[in-house]
Write a protein that binds this ligand. Structure first.
Ligand SMILES: [Zn+2]
Length: 256
């Protein structure tokens, strides 16, 4: 652990060095800009904007982006300009751990641009050492304010776990084994055709991943205890594109 803290410290020093050498930092955030239908947003997250953002504001920013996505009123971005503006540095507001599912395009569903968020993707949005390391980098070195674990409706990985699918691959077995505890904790017949049961397992798996992240990463839980970051679970509906924040244990009270 001391080794990791040391590496993060060196990383922070390195990033500070890079940021001191950046020029033309712009401070406007996308949501501060009065948009018209023809206006292209060129601005990107800056060090200043990231530093000024609280964990709650980062979450609000993502949820407002999801509202725009659902209503079809996405921000019109000048992507080549954003590419240019982020060449020498990045100050993402959030880290999202999501499934690989092609129907969950993470930047789209939160209406975010280049440099706005780290996206960690793995089937079934589970965690392991490498994924934890990626998330620790996001919040511990690069200064993001939020970690969101995003599960989704009708998740193929969760379904395969429930159905104990055997494709004759140790790699797939290893992946699905991460889901087993979340499956076993949910009461009811182990049957993915039962929509409520399936959804409850998806949500319990999100809760489980959030809990594992806190338990296995002293860096992340430490930053959270200090109020510098927030870790939240969320559920994405394939039906209507909406993201819902999950309170711990909400899977057993879906009406909340
Ligand atoms: Zn999935």
């Amino acid at each position: 652990m001391n080794k990791i803290v040391f590496k993060l410290f060196i990383g922070i020093l390195f990033l500070s060095f890079i940021s001191c050498n950046q020029t033309n930092q712009k401070s406007k955030q996308a949501d501060e800009i009065k948009l018209t239908s023809t206006e292209l947003v060129k601005e990107v997250m800056t060090k200043q904007a990231q530093e000024n953002m609280t964990p709650d504001e980062a979450l609000k920013d993502l949820m407002k982006g999801n509202e725009r996505y659902v209503s079809g009123e996405l921000i019109n971005r000048d992507l080549p300009a954003q590419v240019e503006a982020t060449t020498n540095g990045q100050y993402p507001k959030a880290v999202v751990l999501a499934c690989i599912d092609s129907r969950v395009p993470v930047e789209y569903i939160f209406d975010q641009g280049i440099g706005d968020m780290f996206v960690v993707r793995v089937a079934g949005n589970i965690e392991d050492e490498e994924l934890l390391g990626s998330m620790e980098y996001g919040v511990g070195v690069a200064g993001s304010k939020l970690i969101m674990v995003l599960g989704h409706e009708n998740c193929g990985a969760v379904k395969s776990g429930i159905n104990q699918v055997d494709v004759g691959s140790e790699n797939v077995d290893a992946l699905l084994s991460h889901l087993e505890q979340a499956i076993q904790e949910v009461e009811g017949e182990r049957n993915a055709k039962n929509k409520k049961y399936f959804d409850d397992v998806v949500k319990n798996n999100v809760d489980q991943t959030v809990e594992d992240i806190r338990n296995k990463s002293a860096i992340i839980s430490g930053l959270e205890k200090e109020g510098k970051i927030k870790v939240v679970g969320a559920y994405y509906s394939l039906t209507d594109g909406k993201v819902t924040i999950l309170e711990n244990g909400s899977h057993s009270h879906p009406e909340h």
